[in-house]
Design a binder for this molecule. Sequence first.
Ligand SMILES: [Zn+2]
Length: 350
Amino acid sequence: MISDKDDTAIVRMVARGIIELGAVARLASFSMPYPRSAQLALDKLVATLLETPGSAPLSVPGLVDWARYRPLKDWPLSIPDDLLTGDDLLISARTGNPSQLCVEWAADRGELERNALESLRRLADDCSTADKYLRHLMFLVERPVVIEQELLKLQDRRLLRVWHRVRDLYEPVPQRYVFRDAAALCSACRFLMVPAEGMGWVCETDDCASYFPDGDVHAADQLFSLPLGLRWFVAHPGRTELALRGSLESRGAAIDHRHDHLVVTWQDDESWVLMTRDRLNPALLARSIGERAADLRADRVLVVVPGNRLVAQPDYREIFARNLPTAASTAELVGDDELIDLASARSCRP
Ligand SMILES: [Zn+2]
């Protein structure tokens, strides 16, 4: 941070502008008119940098260039150090899509994650039993993208009932994922793939970045995808959450699956709340779970992230702890592997 000024609100605006821009076109080839949020973000950035002549981008395409090529830490803005994450860009160099970091910034102090979790809350309210809710949740987590014709061919009535109930949560595949009327889902993680010049299709998730899974290509109008918020804040961490659920049950815990956390009750009535999340930026994670964690009552409130995040970023825990609101200061951050160790130790207790 270069002064007492705090420009984080501008970064949020830019992130939301980039996402809105990406929703209407590929970020490499968009044209006017630009979405209002992108123009507003540019205007705000220019106004903020007025005292530093020549330092601001001159146009929306210039702003996109910054997001694509200039790591956030090199922007001439006052951003607390804890909110800066390595050399991350707001537009992924690999996919040309808004990056995971951009999605996290766009969700900060905003509606993106809240609306996704609210959709889940409504789904939970509509399901008459816990088992029914779990079936619907598993559908969303296992199928961030649905090939409707293939689903219909299965003639699995139970699955089709779930599909009819959740269909409204899905949307046609956004144009930036479409090439020559086709779209692809990743053969490994089943998220969408992005058409990349000279490279065929590349998976939109960073999890598949180290290798190149095949694209399962279909006519674009046959595919339906969860919108961005549900893909990143529900389906993505949902896989870790469902795996944890199975592991904990096998160790004797009773699980109550709520829309944004698990309540784990051990045989002696000790209770844990698990909030499973997957965030690159530990400070944004702490801010996002802060209020909610303060409301939850249990013997332990555990925020669970993929263990590899803690290995890749050694100060992840420290930054998370520093940015946790006081009311939620008892929340503990653990990797998913550590959680299993804790559960194993717990289940071995006499
Ligand atoms: Zn993938």
